[in-house]
Design a protein around this ligand. Structure first.
Ligand code: AMP
Length: 176
């Protein structure tokens, strides 16, 4: 299902942050009360029977709907952050980006092996950052891990879903 209201309200900014990138600006979805409700309601419907106990949001655009969804699901919310931002002891995962390496972190005590985790981010492009988040959450050995995005980019040359692998359950609200 492709959501007409969300598609209509999503702003595209050409050549941001560098020439050639069509940047999907989710701030126009976050600021709109109807869109915000649609996103949280639709993800809630997809995950309400999965027994999710923790929603992990990826910094920073994954925090907005991730936290609202956690509240609806009766789950806790966990921040997956860039290095040096979390004050306590962390587990880390490094991954290759187009230019150089990057690292993400989650507090060591944020997830335990009884948890059923949903990892949430705004957008799936190459899948690189979500794959790293998935590998990081796996370090905690939770009972199950689901992945949910607002937007899936399916333009030529992007194979995000394939990069994440077939054994992971992935949901997206709109595909472009
Ligand atoms: P990737 O790791 O390539 O799947 O990239 C996903 C991350 O980069 C998400 O956190 C997005 O917010 C951001 N991102 C990548 N491409 C775009 C784009 N065209 N428009 C908006 N955000 C993007």
């Amino acid at each position: 299902m492709n959501n007409e209201t969300l598609l209509r309200n999503l702003r595209n900014i050409p050549d941001f942050p560098i020439p050639g990138i069509q940047f999907k600006d989710v701030s126009t979805l976050y600021k709109d009360a109807e869109c915000l409700k649609i996103m949280v309601d639709e993800l809630y419907e997809k995950y309400k029977d999965k027994g999710i106990t923790k929603v992990v949001g990826i910094e920073s655009r994954g925090f907005v709907v991730g936290a609202a969804l956690a509240l609806r699901l009766g789950a806790g919310f966990v921040m997956c952050r860039k290095p040096g931002k979390l004050p306590g002891d962390t587990k880390k995962e490094s991954y290759m980006k187009e230019y150089g390496e990057d690292t993400i972190e989650i507090h060591c005590d944020a997830i335990n092996n009884d948890d059923i985790v949903l990892i949430h981010d705004d957008l799936l492009a190459t899948g690189g950052s979500m794959k790293a988040a998935y590998n990081l959450v796996k370090q905690f050995n939770p009972r199950n891990i689901y992945i949910g995005f607002l937007i899936e980019l399916r333009i030529e040359g992007l194979h995000g879903r394939e990069a994440l692998g077939n054994d992971i359950e992935i949901e997206t609200l709109i595909r472009i």
